[in-house]
Design a protein around this ligand. Structure first.
Ligand SMILES: *Cc1c(COP(=O)(O)O)cnc(C)c1O
Length: 550
């Protein structure tokens, strides 16, 4: 009779073992014995299958071996659903679980890790699933997990909990898109021209306070057309920001011109005006004069337009602005994109507003606008016949997408506020950590904080960007390094470059955190917590192993 209650530990049907409970207090866990000898105390993944009795196999398969734990549940030591209780000897797992605050809850008979078949041999992954389960647990999950434990396939059911993947900067619909799209569909204007295209252009032109706007199929196409319309061609030198996305420079190659790359300043992370002067002077000594400058406004922040525009005017260099990431930003209350001879926007899926794909040329030069419009529509000469005197492109924009864009544009002021709010929340949540500094906001304008960017200084105890990116990825959260500068790209390795080390440093130490304008505060707190945990682990190991210097 005694053994029925498990008071003895050998050869008896009940098995008991001390496990780590809530707040790391020990408790005695009960199970039906499934093994021949006293082997049950080894971690389950080390169990020799031969040690399991045939009756034990049946118990394990039917999960009946766990039934005595109902006693632990009744006693309040365990819960039906929760992280599996580990042994005090499983030091790695305990550390991981401490970091993820898993011990704040009661251990469970079953849980997410149990259902996914992740056992104690993978402490990091196990603790992560525990944390995921605890954070996003809702009552229906309770029943879902019990049902899956009893009737699931029992080998890694693809069950998840919590939000779907959190993306870096996903599209954010305003709710008005349907109405606009319906209107476009009903009117039968589903081609590459139509009333929504014209209205979208007018609305953008009025927002940026420019004379003309020409909608095209992408930002890259917009830049290509601007270069063509300005007759930038083979042999011409085009100065370009090096710290940018590749689409800011590739069109220079499309037209056969020669890019010259210029580094960034620390104030705005955009093109350094001092270095621009230096490059122009240096080229002068070689008897060369750049024809144009492609100035990029990155991450929702304007470059130093005042100085750069003055330099371009003085040197008679055509200023082209890449404002693909800067819609909604200001430079002294004016919009970047509206300063140069021409600028362009992008409505790609990751931008602050989107048409799934699309771009817009903005300019005060109506001839330039006409020329780009002509080139975008296959350069078809006036008249009924299809006659062409120059080479054009099929870069027109669709009326359907313009309808989408107009609905999106209405939400732009709200999106800017939301993006800035996301940035602020990261600043509050992470700003105190050692070696963390956020992207500065230059005094000349307002940034949209399109992406929340920060720099990490490993010498002050911060982890490397890749460590954070990889850790967030485990939680199905997307984050990225900053743009890899063009002078580091294989395709531009032989391109002249005027450097000062800023872009290299930004790329080496920079991180873009998920910045959806509709990021839920609870999800952002989770992101913040994951990042903070990486710092805590570092600090702890630093305390444990004090180094003698460096
Ligand atoms: C997105 C982007 C572009 C290109 O725009 P697409 O519409 O994707 O062709 C160009 N420059 C920068 C800086 C961008 O971020």
């Amino acid at each position: 009779m005694l053994y029925l209650f498990g008071l003895l530990d050998t050869g008896k049907p009940l098995f008991r073992q001390t496990r780590v409970g809530r707040n790391q207090t020990p408790f005695v866990l009960w199970k039906f014995r499934t093994m021949k000898q006293n082997t049950e105390s080894v971690a389950s993944h080390l169990v020799d299958p031969a040690a399991i009795t045939s009756f034990g196999k049946l118990l394990r398969k039917t999960k009946l071996d766990e039934v005595p734990q109902l006693w632990n549940v009744l006693k309040g030591e365990m819960s039906l659903v929760g992280p599996r209780p580990c042994l005090f000897s499983q030091k790695d797992l305990i550390t991981e679980r401490q970091n993820q605050k898993v011990f704040e809850v009661r251990p469970g008979v079953t849980g997410l890790a149990q259902i996914q078949n992740v056992d104690m041999s993978r402490p990091k992954e196990l603790a992560r699933l525990d944390a995921q389960m605890i954070r996003y647990f809702h009552l229906p999950d309770y029943f879902r997990f019990i049902v899956l434990t009893l009737f699931g396939r029992g080998h890694g059911d693809a069950v998840t909990i919590g939000p779907d993947r959190i993306y870096l900067s996903p599209p954010h619909l305003s709710g008005e898109e349907n109405e606009y799209l319906q209107d476009a569909l009903k009117s039968n204007w589903v081609g590459p021209v139509g009333p929504h295209v014209r209205k979208f252009e007018k609305e953008i032109a009025s927002l940026l306070q420019v004379e003309k706007a020409v909608a095209v199929s992408s930002g890259t196409a917009a830049l290509h057309l601007i270069l063509r319309a300005l007759q930038v061609g083979p042999g011409d030198i085009v100065l370009c920001s090096s710290f940018t996305f590749v689409a800011s420079v590739n069109p220079v190659l499309y037209v056969g011109a020669r890019p010259v790359l210029i580094d960034s300043e620390t104030t705005s992370w955009n093109l350094d005006p001092d270095l621009l002067e230096k490059a122009i002077n240096d080229l002068k000594t070689k008897g060369e004069k750049p024809k144009a400058l492609i100035l990029v406004h990155l991450y929702g922040q304007s470059a130093n337009l005042g100085r750069i525009q003055a330099i371009c005017e003085r040197e008679k260099i055509l200023l082209i602005e890449d404002a693909a990431e800067a819609l909604g930003a200001t430079y002294q209350n004016r919009c970047p994109g509206s300063f140069g001879v021409a600028g362009f926007l992008s409505f790609n899926g990751n931008k602050i507003i989107t048409t799934s794909g699309g771009g817009m040329i903005v300019t005060n030069d109506s001839e330039l606008a006409t020329q780009t419009r002509y080139l975008a529509a296959q350069a078809k000469d006036p008249g009924a016949s299809y006659e062409h005197s120059v080479m054009g492109y099929n870069y027109s924009f669709s009326n359907i997408l313009a309808a989408l864009g107009r609905a999106q544009l209405k939400a732009l002021p709200t999106r800017v506020l939301e993006k800035r709010e996301v940035f602020k929340r990261y600043q509050e949540g992470l700003g105190d950590l050692p070696g963390v500094s956020f992207m500065p906001e230059a005094s000349w304008g307002k940034s949209t904080r399109w992406l929340s960017c920060l720099l990490l200084n490993p010498r002050e105890g911060a982890p490397k960007p890749m460590e954070i990116i990889e850790e967030l990825e485990k939680f199905n959260i997307e984050s990225r390094p900053l743009w890899k500068p063009m002078h580091q790209q294989i395709i531009y390795q032989n391109t002249p470059f005027y450097g000062n080390g800023v872009a290299d440093d930004l790329y080496a130490r920079g991180l873009c955190l998920p910045s959806p304008s509709n990021l839920l505060p609870a999800h952002q707190d989770h992101i913040i917590e994951i990042v903070r945990n990486l710092f805590q682990t570092d600090r702890k190991s630093a305390e444990k192993f004090p180094s003698s210097g460096g």
